[in-house]
Design a protein around this ligand. Structure first.
Ligand SMILES: [Zn+2]
Length: 389
C-alpha cells in the first residue's frame, strides 16, 4: 500500500488525513518506531518522517533515538497533554477555533467565514459548534479541555467580562462572550481584547521576545493597541487601555462612532480608507488588501491614502511614545502589507511629534506572527489559566 493519489487541490486535506493516521496508530500502539508507523499506516517512510517532524514541532509527540534489530531507529510517543486548551478568535467576518497543548502551542485549527457582528448569541453558538467540529476531527475528548480564551475586537471590562460600548461590533456592546461560551463549553472561558492577545503572543513567540516595553498596534476595521509595560500587559482600570483609535487628531474631521470628531480611526479604519477612494465602483479596490496592491502598482490616489494613513498613525504613535516610552512598536493588520509606503510616513510624522529621548531607542516593525497573533495569544492565555488551576 502506498500514499493515496490525489489531485493538487486536496493536498492539505490529504496531509491532515495522513497525520491523523499516524496519531491513531500511536494512540492504539503506544510507542512505535517510524518504520513500525510506516508499516502500520501504509504511508511511505518519507511521509511518516515528515509528519512526525510536524507533530513534534507542535508538541504532540516526543521522539528519541533507539535501535531496532541492530539498526538505528526513532521511537515516537504520543504526548497526551495534561489539559488541552481552546482558543476562539472572533473577527468581523470569521470565527477561528484552535486546540492547544499545555504550553499554548497550536495542535489543530478550524476556521469559517461568518458575519460575527450580526448577533452575539448566534455567533457564540456557531463558535461552540466550530470547537466541537474541531475536537471531533482530531478525536480529542471534550472533557480533556480545561480552559478557553476568546479574542474579541473591542475593549473587555476586567471585572464583568462585558464588551465595552466602543467596538466595531455594536450589537456585542454589553454582551459577556466569556460567560456565554463557558456555559456551553463547560469550562472557564476568558474573553480578551484581540490587540492585547496579539501583544502577548508577539512577546512570547514573536518579534517582542526579550523586550519589556512594547506596543502592538492592530490596524483593521478599527485601530487598537496592546500595551506591554515592564513585561506585563497594561490594561488600565477597566480594560479600556490601548483604544488608540479614539485619539482625536482633527476637531473638524469626521464624526466617529464614539461621538468625538476626527479620531485616528476615522482616517485609518478600513471602511474609512475605502470611502476615501477617488474612483469608486467597478474595478476600484474593494478591500484594504486591494487598496494596498493598487498603491504598490503606482495608483496615485491609493498611494496618497496609504501615505496619509501612515502620517496619522505616526502622530498617534508619537502620543504613545511620549507617554509610555516603548522600545518597540509592532504593527499588524492588512494595511501593514504596504510596508515602507506606510512606515516611512509613520516615521516622518513621529519625528515631528515625539520627544527625541522617546524616539532614540524606538524601533518600528511588523509583527512576526501575522494574522495568527490573536489566536496564538488566546491559546497562551488559556494555557496560563490551565496551569493555575
Ligand atoms: Zn472615536
Amino acid at each position: 500500500m502506498t500514499d493515496v493519489e490525489v489531485t493538487p487541490g486536496s493536498q492539505a486535506a490529504l496531509r491532515r488525513a495522513n497525520q491523523q493516521r499516524v496519531v491513531d496508530a500511536l494512540r492504539s500502539g503506544g510507542t512505535l518506531t517510524q518504520a513500525e508507523i510506516a508499516r502500520g499506516t501504509g504511508l511511505s517512510p518519507a511521509s511518516v518522517s515528515n509528519i512526525v517532524r510536524n507533530l513534534r514541532a507542535a508538541g504532540t509527540v516526543s521522539v528519541r533515538e533507539t535501535s531496532s534489530n541492530g539498526r538505528r531507529a526513532r521511537a515516537v510517543t504520543l504526548i497526551r497533554p495534561p489539559g488541552a486548551v481552546v482558543a476562539i478568535d472572533f473577527t468581523l467576518t470569521a470565527i477561528t477555533a484552535a486546540l492547544g497543548d499545555s504550553e499554548g502551542g497550536v495542535l489543530a485549527r478550524e476556521a469559517i467565514a461568518y458575519d460575527v457582528a450580526g448577533d452575539p448569541e448566534r455567533g457564540v453558538r456557531r463558535a461552540v459548534w466550530l470547537v466541537e467540529t474541531l475536537l471531533g476531527r482530531v478525536r480529542v475528548d471534550r472533557r480533556t479541555v480545561v480552559a478557553a480564551t476568546a479574542a474579541v475586537p473591542g475593549p473587555v471590562d476586567l471585572a464583568t467580562g462585558e464588551i465595552g460600548a466602543i467596538t466595531c461590533m455594536p450589537r456585542w456592546a454589553g454582551f459577556r462572550p466569556g460567560e456565554a461560551l463557558g456555559l456551553r463549553l463547560g469550562v472557564p472561558v476568558t474573553a480578551e481584547n484581540d490587540a492585547n492577545l496579539c501583544a502577548l503572543a508577539e512577546m512570547a513567540d514573536g518579534a517582542g521576545q526579550g523586550r519589556e516595553h512594547v506596543v502592538y498596534v492592530r490596524l483593521g476595521q478599527g485601530v487598537g493597541a496592546g500595551i506591554v509595560v515592564g513585561g506585563a500587559l497594561f490594561r488600565g482600570a477597566g480594560g479600556t487601555a490601548g483604544e488608540i483609535g479614539h485619539i482625536g487628531l482633527d476637531e473638524r474631521g469626521q464624526v466617529c462612532r464614539c461621538g468625538n470628531r476626527g479620531c485616528l480611526e476615522t482616517v485609518l479604519g478600513a471602511p474609512y480608507l475605502l470611502d476615501m477612494l477617488p474612483h469608486q465602483g467597478e474595478g476600484a479596490p474593494g478591500s484594504v488588501a486591494e487598496l494596498v496592491a493598487a498603491a504598490e502598482k503606482g495608483d496615485p490616489g491609493c498611494r496618497r491614502i496609504v501615505a496619509e494613513a501612515g502620517s496619522a498613525l505616526g502622530r498617534a504613535l508619537g502620543v504613545l511614545a511620549n507617554t509610555f516610552n516603548p522600545e518597540l512598536v509592532l504593527l499588524g493588520g492588512e494595511l501593514t502589507e504596504a510596508g515602507e509606503a506606510l512606515q516611512e510616513p509613520v516615521r516622518r510624522s513621529m519625528e515631528l511629534g515625539t520627544l527625541g529621548s522617546a524616539l532614540a531607542r524606538l524601533r518600528i516593525e511588523r509583527g512576526r506572527l501575522g494574522d495568527d497573533a490573536a489566536l496564538r495569544g488566546a491559546l497562551l492565555l488559556a494555557a496560563r489559566a490551565a496551569a493555575n488551576m
